[in-house]
Structures are given as C-alpha cells and as structure tokens.
Design a protein around this ligand. Structure first.
Ligand SMILES: [Zn+2]
Length: 150
C-alpha cells in the first residue's frame, strides 16, 4: 500500500537521528504502519488492550514517583526506579506535545526480567500505538512488557 505524503514525511522524521540518537525506527526496515499493526496483533493475541497497558505503565510510574532516583518496591512484586534528566523531549508526530526526560526502570527480582520506558514511550503507545522500531534502544516489546507488568 502506498503511504500518504504525510505518513512518508512522518516516517522520515522517525528514522532521523536529530530528535533521538538512534531514531525512533531503530534498524527496523518495516514501514510505520507495518510496525504498528504487527504490535497491535501481538497485543490482541495477549488478550489485552493499549488502554490497559498504558494505564498500568502510568500506575507503576506514579507509584515510583515519590522515590525519584531510588528504587522502590511496588505491589510486593516489582522494583521500580525513576531517573529524570533536565529538559524535555518532543513527540515526533505533527502536534504539540513535550515530555520530561524521565525513565522508569522496572525489574521483577523473582525472574530477573527488566524493562524500561520513558514518558514519551507512554505517550507514543497511548496516542500513536507506536512501540518504536526494532533496534531502537527505546523499543518496547509488547509481549515482554505485558509479562513483566501484569
Ligand atoms: Zn504524539
């Protein structure tokens, strides 16, 4: 399917290394719509929804917020730490949205499984169903994410 000029322009921005050092697409050769639809298929197969994922990510980040910079145990299960850097990062989609540069690190000490996300990741997932391309350091695998946070 031929993509619209708007989508092509957006893909170019997402592959650029100007906003994010590795670009949002990483080394993923697939188109933006292919990446999104493949991740949505994974999520459907898990029997969950974007809304459920996003609400749980926000809940975890909010619970760790008071301990900013140090690790805190939440839900008797996960070790969570938030680190924040100065400045803000903008959403690459053509609309005004910017976020603190903040990373939430989550670990399940029982299994040793770890995952991390930024505030921008949460927005990209919630508003654009975009988990980033494979090879991007901020790519989130929906299946890995679901296994750890639920
Ligand atoms: Zn956006």
């Amino acid at each position: 399917m031929k993509e619209s000029p708007e989508t092509q322009k957006l893909e170019k921005i997402l592959r650029s290394t100007k906003i994010s050092a590795f670009g949002f697409m990483g080394t993923d050769p697939r188109s933006l719509s292919e990446i999104i639809s493949s991740d949505l298929t994974d999520i459907r197969e898990l029997g969950i929804t974007i809304a459920k994922i996003v609400s749980r990510m926000k809940e975890i980040t909010a619970k760790a917020e008071p301990a900013l910079g140090s690790s805190i145990k939440i839900d008797n299960k996960l070790d969570v730490r938030i680190d924040e850097a100065k400045g803000r990062i903008i959403c690459p989609w053509p609309h005004p949205a910017s976020f603190p540069i903040r990373i939430t690190y989550v670990e399940n000490p029982q299994t040793g499984e770890k995952i991390q996300w930024t505030d921008l990741n949460i927005h990209l997932i919630e508003e654009h169903n975009f988990f980033e391309g494979k090879g991007s350091p901020y790519r989130i695998e929906p299946k890995e994410l679901a296994k750890i946070i639920f």
